[in-house]
Write a protein of this length. Structure first.
Length: 255
């Protein structure tokens, strides 16, 4: 698995702007009767490897997320997120060095999880725009727009300023926001080519944001953004899926 990631990362360096942050997202399929074991091994042992790598500047962030509810009986239900400063900064051999692996304090073979919680799929994405913030819950909106470039630019130029104001003002319960585009895999049969992520600090805020509210008043700024938006042409089919995830564990560099 590590060798595959290394080869793909090398190829992707030709497709991303130098210095642009990227994420490796790995979707795992964990049986119900194995979830407690999976979470314990990943957060108690493998998270320490991520922490060692982050402390050395080899990664920026590592986190494990659990999908809320069941959207597909055969689909993934946990997601790992590894963030890097850029593709140029990725050094998988250094991340998985003997020294870093030793930080877990256990034999890797005794705490592996792939045998009972296999990787369902994985994606590399570039972060195109974001409003930073800490979030316990995240609504990930997956899409395959007709015009991917226009989707990214409209989110950066039109939607991000509004989200930034709302987050800073504490409106709508949102605490962070990201828009990303897929680097790999890319094809007509791919599950998505772009995604936006709406972050929240409580499940209640996330559900309120998703719920239909017939008498809601969104304000003049929102109406102005909608009036300028061409998303109906750019992404006529809307989001393929909007899935809610809960953060199980995360590791970041200590300030």
């Amino acid at each position: 698995m590590r060798n595959i990631i290394i080869m793909v990362a090398a190829l992707l360096c030709f497709t991303v702007t130098v210095g642009q942050a990227v994420q490796y997202v790995q979707y795992r399929q964990v049986p119900l009767d194995k979830q407690a074991e999976f979470v314990e091994k990943e957060t108690k042992y493998w998270a320490k490897v991520a922490k060692a790598a982050i402390d050395k500047g080899l990664m920026e962030h590592w986190s494990l997320w659990r999908k809320i509810g069941v959207t597909n009986m055969d689909g993934p239900n946990y997601v790992f997120v590894n963030r890097y400063a850029s593709l140029e900064s990725i050094d998988q051999e250094a991340i998985w060095s003997d020294e870093n692996v030793a930080a877990m304090g256990a034999n890797p073979a005794d705490v592996e999880t792939q045998s009972f919680a296999p990787t369902f799929m994985d994606y590399w994405l570039q972060i195109d725009a974001f409003v930073p913030g800490d979030s316990k819950y995240a609504i990930v909106n997956y899409a395959m727009p007709d015009d991917r470039g226009a989707f990214i630019e409209e989110n950066k130029e039109l939607w991000m300023p509004m989200h930034k104001k709302n987050i800073e003002a504490g409106n709508l319960g949102m605490s962070s926001w990201v828009t990303m585009s897929v680097i790999y895999p890319r094809c007509n049969n791919a599950r998505y080519s772009v995604a936006t992520v709406d972050g929240f600090n409580s499940m209640k805020d996330a559900m309120n944001y998703l719920s239909y509210q017939p008498n809601a008043e969104y304000g003049a700024e929102f109406e102005a953004v909608v009036a300028q938006s061409k998303m109906g042409e750019i992404n006529p089919d809307g989001f393929n899926y909007s899935i809610l995830y809960e953060r199980v564990h995360s590791v970041d560099k200590e300030e």
